[in-house]
Design a protein around this ligand. Sequence first.
Ligand code: IFM
Length: 443
Amino acid sequence: MAAAFPSGFLWGAATASFQIEGATREDGRGESIWDRFAATPGKILTGETGDPASDSYHRYPEDIALMGQLGLNAYRFSIAWPRIVPDGDGAVNPKGLDYYDRVVDALLAANIRPFVTLYHWDLPQALQDRGGWAGRATIDAYLGYVEVTVKRLGDRVKDWMTHNEPWCISILSHEIGEHAPGLKDTKIALQAAHNVLLSHGLAVPIIRQNSPGAQVGIVLNLTPSYPATDAEADRRAAHMYHAKFNLWFIDPISGKGYPQDAWQDYGPNAPDIAPGDMATMAVPIDFLGVNYYSRAICHDESAPGGAIIHRRNPVNMMARGWEIWPQALVDLLTWIHRDYAFPALMITENGATYDDVVWEGQVHDLARIDYIKQHLKALPGLIEAGVPLKGYFCWSLLDNFEWAMGTRDRFGLIYTDFGTQQRIVKDSGRWFSRVTRANAVVD
Ligand code: IFM
């Protein structure tokens, strides 16, 4: 018996501007930190830049037609801030607004509900030159960009997300240094995280004002952690991972403040907080977007072999070495529903990367089908048990520029030939179109 979803469930796919658009110098777009980072030798595994990526700046009508073929009723995409305000603040570029206007109209004409992420990592470089997210000036600039964008699109777009994955914006990019701007400084990273969450809190009322009836949320990447053994030290390590990776972001936006044990562990690197900040970032939201891919298994930090392992069973992995563990998605949604009061939850990203090959014009990505199926299967039961899950967005619509991995890591339901820009719906895309039409997990 197929596991069925409630009527009105949202079936979507997700993308991000820098990952799909290309056309980085067209129509007045300014430079972003990802343009600068990708142009720096050694930063991107394949040596590629954001051009042409999947060339969706030009090919969006074809991509929207493909969404129709997949039976999607929603599409999550992001706006490139440097197309709208090329220098971060100051002059607005009308051609940037016009572009997203056309995308939104084309989506609506195809009966696809646009879910717009306002920040998915392409910060204008001019703002980074003035300190980026570690400085409060970037918050002001962000609010100006948000206002101008929502004013223009807010009559038609009614679903907004302020940020995608604040952990990646701050820690991965400013402490680990794997993403733009490529810094390695914990103090700066935690200040950036604080300012991103604060900008979220300040943006929500601006969005509501300019888009009457809007549903507004934020997207967090959450990774459940499990101790590698029952040893007390491993359990402590798993808890600290959870506190720094998950609670550090979900607690402040829910009015619980920063987790105290992680705060103490960070010592002098903890962020500076101004009076009122914590209340501001705890503004009530309409939904939480949850991005889930894999779990973390944690060792005592002093044990040999590193603190975190991402897999227990080496045969059960996607191409990048992330373990496939669908139960963690169930644990995650159950925990969020139990401990927080978000009126609605969306899975805003879930998906897998494999080394797809084209064989006689087709892509037989059975492993991806299996991954998505395993993750979808438990959801109807959770919804029945009261978890307010309203939608599932697969990452990603089509193969694209996967950040530091370049185009090596393919996540799409649709294959992109990066030489010709030809699209091929993969077997997973065909299967997903049966799921979206049946509103149920099918074989
Ligand atoms: O491609 C990214 C996306 O931009 C953010 N979430 C994770 C995806 C896969 O790595």
